[in-house]
Design a protein around this ligand. Sequence first.
Ligand code: UD1
Length: 421
Amino acid sequence: MAKFLVQKSDPLHGEVNISGAKNAVLPLMAAAILPEDVCTISDVPELRDVRVMKEILSSLGLRLSEIDKNVLEIDASGLNNYIANYELVRKMRASFLVMGPLLARTGKARVHLPGGCTIGARPIDLHLKGFKALGAEVVLKDNYVETTAPAGGLIGNSIYLDFPSVGATENIMMAAVLAKGSTYIINAAEEPEIVDLANFLNKMGARVKGAGTDQIKIEGVEKLHGASHTVIPDRIEAGTYMLAAAITRGEVLVHNVVPDHIRPITAKLRECGVDVEIGDDGMFVAGDRRELTSTDIKTLPYPGFPTDIQSPFMAFLTTVKGSSTVIETVFENRFMHVAELNRMGANIKIDGNRAKIQGAKKLEGAQVIATDLRAGAALAIAGLVAEGTTEISEIYHIERGYAHFIEKFRGLGANILKIDD
Ligand code: UD1
């Protein structure tokens, strides 16, 4: 199994370019199922999860071709299958996003229960609640879900989400664009990736309003046509490089970021004493201007502090003066990185969904496991300031969601490499 070896590094310096967002491109690719036509998506990041989604779409009869660097053309005119195969779906939770568009276009979808990071139970009840509200019959059997639309197609309805789930909002939106009448998603997720999907759907001829607020209205249309779209930049990748600059007390210019999308990260870094300047060409982050101090964090749905940055931020907090508290409210089991950081010499105690971090710890290299995608990134940036060598295994998690991770970090002067065991 391949591993990352991270050595204590000098403060990071230089510039890094952020790729298209993983969490935006996956639903955009699923949405390309909807029209009997050709869609083009630009700024597609080179990620393992994107490769899995490509394989799923191909298995459904879609034709995919890379027409230029990071430009993907998806022709859905040959859709000939409504079953998303277990071997592919189990690799990634986001594969469940093909359910909504398949159901909308063919009236039937069968998708195995999804895999992905093991961060809590991650149920799909809200997705299913939405499909049922649109009139679909939903059958749960032997580890797969099968949905069937009524004879005349899905019917618009009002759906209240008990939690503003990102995936459920996206899946319901994609199912509702071809339904008869209007659908309202109440307590919808407001993430930028939802807005990106709505923009793409509207370019195809859909009528989605209110994306980015907690109420989305979708007026169903008869048919959609092909469209071209560029993926928004990855705000979580941007946050990770900002934290890498901060933890090493370096200076990094992060290109291709939408400052509005990362406001909580910027605010919290500034509270700790990190300089963050927003310029025309990106975010300049300097961790070397003053002594850095602790802060408290509570993860929340957007526009609150993103759960996906919780673990890298915690790695950073182990290095600043004072004690910090991190509360995780989005996922129930997202502290798996804590045991690994403690193996590196951190002092973090967990009490339920609350972690108490005693800062200013001298970290030491250790053999650690990337227990999930963001945990892996947290361990890598901790490794940059730990004495000696940090050996990270199960790095396929990191490669699921970070494009050119090693190259980008090495470009900033990080001492990190990938080895095959
Ligand atoms: C998406 C992101 C992931 C991010 C998360 C929260 C993608 C591909 N992944 O995941 O990186 O960490 O948003 O910002 O976009 N829940 C239910 N029932 C459901 C669905 C979700 O109870 O039917 C719960 C989950 O268990 C979790 C919470 O809602 O506790 C948030 O999940 P959700 O917003 O759906 O996350 P994902 O879409 O899976």
